[in-house]
Ligand binder design. Sequence first.
Ligand code: HGY
Ligand code: MN
Ligand code: MN
Length: 416
Amino acid sequence: MAAPGENLRINGDRLWDSLMEMAKIGPGVAGGNNRQTLTDEDAEGRALFQGWCEAAGCEMGLDSMGNMFATRPGTDPDALPVYVGSHLDTQPTGGKYDGVLGVLGGLEVVRTLNDLDVKTKHPIVVTNWTNEEGTRYAPAMLSSGVFAGVHEEDWAKARVDAKGKAFGDELKRIGWEGDEPVGQRKMHAFFELHIEQGPILEAEGKDIGIVTHGQGLWWLEVTLTGKDAHTGSTPMAMRVNAGLGMARITELVHRIAMENQPDAVGAIGQANVYPNSRNVIPGKAVFTVDFRSPDQAKLDGMRDRLEAEAPKIAEELGLGISIEAVGHFDPVTFDDGCVGALRSAAERLGYSHRDIISGAGHDACWINRVAPTAMVMCPCVDGLSHNEAEEISKDWASAGADVLLHAVVETAVVVD
Ligand code: HGY
Ligand code: MN
Ligand code: MN
């Protein structure tokens, strides 16, 4: 005998087709995507998403940070909506599913409820948060951060990319700056479906991750100042080599993370040396350290270690150094009620599942500050993400969206 609602499932083929259709916008060079925030490709993806939402009977709202809100009406206009969603922007060498699965999984929930003519007391809102990735404009989760009151809108709009283009100008240029003030929307709950971006679920043969916590993050931008000089004629003892300083600090970052095992990670993902000429000793290096841990003391301890030891490396090499925090969020504990709704959905649907801590940051980490929030994850092949070879199966995508559907329906309350 099927449990009540056990047969309530999304249309996996339709979800997969939507993912593949969106993946055609901003293609990468190796099968993934390069649909960076506030580019023409981002605008094209937004338009496709808006068309689909309107075809599903949703009304689209747009706030002044470009956050998109597609509303499926509920029967009680005074009931706070249940929000679902994630982000459509990608890394420069991103995959087809990071963020996109959560946005289109939310749309699939609406499409399925339409198919079945299921009415809910609370409206349901499918969301696309602007600039989750933080690759073109640091920090990550910028617009959900403004929505949650973590960042000031003016500060966010003044962020510039590597070419000096300001966020606010680019948002206007692509035509996706809304009139709606940011952060005034109140939520009954927020659910985000996301790929794990790590190896645990696949390795353990689990279909579903119930995300109870998210690890915290520090992004520390280090600038080393030395002296440009000829790589051939400058004696070794006379060199003030910013590139060498970056190499030693890279090793320090790795050592700090390794000394804080388990549950700590550290790396440098973005690095630039200047003038970046084959026969010039770098007189300047600018790079961002990414430290993460679910343990607050470890997270802050790693930052303290770097800020204490990196200047010693710089001094040994005669380098100037500055360290600026350009991204941060503390470890996150998600809402027990929302986590429970996801867990009971996975059980009802018969999906293997385990509780998991999110290794990556997500918009849910900020929205958790202003509404009851939780996340559900599906596996990804080899745990690979932020790589064009990122891959999931249709079954994994469907399982994640089924769990999202059940948690949303339970939270939004079906009306007969
Ligand atoms: O950096 C992160 O964890 C996310 O992918 N923006
Ligand atoms: Mn993501
Ligand atoms: Mn990402």
